[in-house]
Design a protein around this ligand. Structure first.
Ligand SMILES: [Zn+2]
Length: 179
């Protein structure tokens, strides 16, 4: 169990590196990695909806696409998906379609989290698949990357407009970037 948490921590730190890369590109910093049943890393990505003009380009969707391409199968049984922030309903939906075995996330998303915060789609017994969930891995670091990003954004906006930006950016979660 302790060994398993060590692996989770190491993989989450890779996802965090992805998140930071995303922030450098102006994206809300959410990173994800996908690991196969043998423990091998098969995909990594960060959020790209802004740069790709694609509302579905969340980090989780991107690693599922890349992982499925690499494995040559749209089903990904036995895989573990690591993501820095609790996934949204779309992403948990995609994980259910892909038959991901385990979801490991960092910080909770009280505004749009679909693994327990707003709703829990991972354990609906009437769906044809359920996902094991481990939350709170590297939680503080994952939350800090997002909080720092929005703090910087607010400062930049304050500098540009010379006034408060409460309307533009008030949230600390990924889906609140409305600029
Ligand atoms: Zn999502």
């Amino acid at each position: 169990m302790a060994e398993e948490m060590e692996v989770h921590g190491a993989m989450m730190r890779l996802a965090l590196q992805e998140a930071v890369q995303g922030a450098e590109g102006g994206e809300v910093p959410v990173g994800a990695v996908l690991v196969d049943g043998f423990g091998d890393l098969i995909a990594k990505a960060h959020n790209m909806p802004i740069s790709q003009c694609d509302p579905t380009a969340h980090a989780e969707i991107l690693v599922l696409r890349e992982g499925a391409r690499r494995i040559g199968n749209y089903r990904l049984p036995g895989t573990v998906l690591y993501v820095t922030i609790e996934p949204c309903a779309m992403c948990v939906g995609a994980m259910l379609h892909a038959r991901v075995s385990t979801l490991v996330f960092g910080a909770r998303d009280p505004k749009s989290g679909a693994a327990g915060s707003v709703v829990d789609l991972t354990t609906v017994s009437t769906f044809n698949h359920t996902i094991e969930v481990v939350g709170g891995v590297e939680e503080e670091s994952c939350a800090r990357v997002i909080q720092d990003f929005f703090r910087r954004r607010r400062l930049q906006l304050d500098g540009r407009t010379g006034r408060g930006t409460e309307v533009a950016v008030t949230g600390s979660t990924r889906n609140r970037l409305v600029l």
